[in-house]
Design a binder for this molecule. Structure first.
Ligand SMILES: Cc1cc2nc3c(=O)[nH]c(=O)nc-3n(C[C@H](O)[C@H](O)[C@H](O)COP(=O)(O)OP(=O)(O)OC[C@H]3O[C@@H](n4cnc5c(N)ncnc54)[C@H](O)[C@@H]3O)c2cc1C
Length: 188
């Protein structure tokens, strides 16, 4: 089965992208190898959250996405290849097919580099290399997008999570052929 969207990385950027993708009804697979730097954080600057541990933020994010049907597999994505109209992502445990891929691999550009995706020097403190994206999150490989730290945004959970949402909305909009908005309304 080919997923609509495969997301690599389940930190704030990846899990937030997965939440939007799954809630939009897109079949969504998240591949993650549990190396999120966010698991070392204590966070007091995430709007709307009055202090939270990094591990709790990451776990809640994954649960939110899973609630809407996102599937999660543990493993390191080692290869990303074009296959037909989409992509194959290979881990040590299996190969998965998707129409679109969102890279949300945090500090690691290994997979992007191994896939021939264009990178550039990072501008944020201590970030040496990031994936070169346009303002929408497109990488140099059409159909592969990037979000969060790997895409060069400011390394704060509110920003990386927001960037994951932004990029997912752009991919969903491309799949739908129309701009996508997800607004739930408070019931009276
Ligand atoms: C000690 C510390 C304290 C911090 N404190 C704060 C704070 O107070 N406030 C704040 O806003 N921010 C804080 N941050 C920064 C915050 O953690 C990051 O800005 C943000 O969470 C990064 O999100 P991300 O999703 O881009 O990356 P990550 O959270 O690193 O997630 C990337 C994910 O991709 C996975 N991955 C990578 N490569 C692969 C692969 N090939 N295959 C499968 N999975 C892969 C990793 O396992 C990981 O789960 C702190 C960071 C640190 C290290």
């Amino acid at each position: 089965m080919a997923y609509d969207i495969i997301i690599i990385g389940a930190g704030p950027a990846g899990a937030s992208a997965a939440l939007f993708s799954a809630k939009a009804g897109k079949s969504t697979l998240v591949i993650d190898n549990d190396q999120s730097v966010t698991k070392r954080a204590w966070i007091e600057n995430h709007y709307g959250v009055d202090g939270i541990t990094g591990p709790d933020l990451v776990e809640i994010g994954k649960k939110q996405a899973a609630k809407f049907g996102a599937e999660f597999v543990q493993g390191k994505a080692a290869q990303l290849n074009q296959a037909g109209d989409g992509f194959q992502v290979t881990t040590e445990n299996g190969t998965y097919e998707g129409k679109y891929v969102i890279l949300a691999t945090g500090l690691s550009v290994d997979l992007a580099e191994a896939s021939g995706i264009q990178t550039k020097p990072g501008t944020e403190p201590r970030i040496k290399t990031v994936v070169d994206t346009d303002a929408q999150g497109n990488t140099s490989l059409k159909g592969v997008w990037a979000a969060g730290t790997i895409a060069g945004v400011s390394m704060h959970t509110i920003v990386t999570a927001g960037d994951g949402a932004k990029v997912a909305i752009n991919v969903i909009s491309e799949l739908n052929g129309a701009r996508y908005v997800d607004h739930d309304v408070l019931k009276a």
